[in-house]
Design a binder for this molecule. Sequence first.
Ligand code: BES
Ligand code: ZN
Ligand code: ZN
Length: 506
Amino acid sequence: MKIMRVIAKQGRVEREQAEVLVLTHFEGEPSFQDDASAVDRALNGSLRDLLKSGEFEGKQNETVLFHNPGKAAAKRVLLVGLGKKKDLRLDTIRQAFGCAAKRVRQAKATSFTAALPQGSLPRTSAIDIAQAMVEGAVLGSYQFNVYRSENPEEAKNLARMTVLTSRAEELDDLKEGIRRGVATAEATVFVRDLCNHPSNIMTPSRIAGEAKIIARERGVKLKVLERADMEKLGMGALLGVARGSHEPPKFIILDYRGTGTGGRHAKPIVFVGKTITFDTGGISLKPAENMEQMKADMTGGAEVLATVRAAARLRLPIHVIGILPATENMPGGRAMKPGDIVKTLSGKTVEVQNTDAEGRLILADGLAYATRYKPAAVIDVATLTGACMVALGQFAIGMFGNDEALKESMRKAGLKTGERVWEMPLWEEYFEQLKSDVADMRNIGGRGGGMITAALFLSKFVGDYPWVHLDIASTDWSERERAYIPKGPTGIGTRLLIQYLIDRSL
Ligand code: BES
Ligand code: ZN
Ligand code: ZN
């Protein structure tokens, strides 16, 4: 999906000739904020009457649309509730603008202007607020219509958003917030698109094609290892998973070097993303119910692609490597069978007791490959375990890691983006569940702690550098539509990774 254009502007709300002027209001506040009160005067007190009547209370995500707004220059005014002032978070703003954008589109308008909510979040810069407004609006109006023959209603998406401030000194911050918000939202849209495409289209080869397009960005280089290269290197785990499929596997490496990346920024941040373009489970076949959702088992890889692209587009002064081990997981005459033993790139051997635990196998080779970059940090992101869904439900990403500072940065980025992480233990005691009678380890940990044993398995392929593993299996797919999250692929984790890079390069 092509995203709308977003611009910053200085001006007075009541004089703004917008198709729709979007204003926010806190629940339980008797009067309007500066901006809205100027509009209220232009409307001869209609906003105030609306509050008095109780028709609009300002509850979170509540909207009301006005026509012919008196002496105000806008054609229509849309009021959006932010809920109680004391409960305000950046995510409240994101949600409010997700709802606002949908309401604007429903009203058949293609553009709107929004005033920056004023004095709302102490210790939060106008940059962060503008960024959240843009993210909410762009992500809330997301649609995926590529395969619909006709649906003009939906096809008509928003074309432009203007973020307005009356203060000249705030304009530069608005512009920077918009620049960041556009980059993170565009990245998330890219991930949702890739995950929405079915597996007959979004094959490992097509993913390599997407990486090739990203390699056109300034500072980005691409290398794709083919099956023969993987054989030469000894990537037995990835090759084992790929055996059942007729689609050739790809090992994709993107390398972005920003300008000025000498000195302390010289060592790269390496991202490794699980890229299973379809997970049938292999010979340990999955049940049919909901299996179609396994087209999104490449979410981690898509997020890594999007992160490298965003780093390049934002011209971040850092060195970033993206690694995507990509294959299908299929049953077939040559497919890997339970009990088979594979030799990983690291040299360690693994007994494959369940071919559906394939994510950790391809990541084992991806993580081992990452060590050759002597990384400053490695972050892997994967739709790894159903157990993650059981433990954390819809709202948290499972986090594991070996470095307090890195984990703390992820937690911070999580709070800022609303894509929050929750740490789980990586205790060595759990390793007894991964012991094999015939190989160095087995690929499943039996009953109990399924998300933990998967992470612990990965840790055995990690070198001596800060590492974080993110299990996004509970958040990558949404069962219902929310303010700025659609039903289906969510792209959650993308903004988290990019925010981590932004914060790191400041
Ligand atoms: N891709 C799945 C995990 C998954 C499940 C992601 C549901 C999103 C939603 C993964 O490859 C898998 O099948 N894991 C198995 C591991 C088990 C065999 C140890 C699982 O979680 O059941
Ligand atoms: Zn699986
Ligand atoms: Zn999988």
